[in-house]
Design a binder for this molecule. Sequence first.
Ligand SMILES: [Cu+2]
Length: 159
Amino acid sequence: MRSPTVLRCLSALGLATSLAACADDAPADDTTYNCEADDRDEPFAINLARTGPGGTTFTIVAADPALPIRGNNSWTIDVSRGGAPVPASDGEFLVTPFMPDHRHGTGIKAIWTPDPATPGRFTVSPINLWMPGVWELTFEETPTGGARDQVVFTFCITG
Ligand SMILES: [Cu+2]
């Protein structure tokens, strides 16, 4: 159910910078979400991996905090294709958080920082999940001159 605050937030979505203020304004009834009662999300786990239709695999190899929280998260992501690491020089990497129930994302863009010691490994931060509820996280990679590939993970933030 959408509270008046959610609706007010949605009406402000034209301004990306309003999202953070929107979250800060959330009253008590917006501070938690009953994830147990929602079966759309999946358990968050280290080494959770998903492969897109183009054969690109995204693996969550580390997370800080250890479980997704409301606010900013930093994850280590391995990207591979056909068993080979996809280096940062391969093209463009992107993660897009989205709340399907409210049709909004976040105004904060996560930066992909390559691990110089491990090809295909990136620190992706901040992954901004600013509101309790179900979040779809689309990870995508577009090789230079090639076709975009993507996967979606679905997690729930209790509050
Ligand atoms: Cu929302």
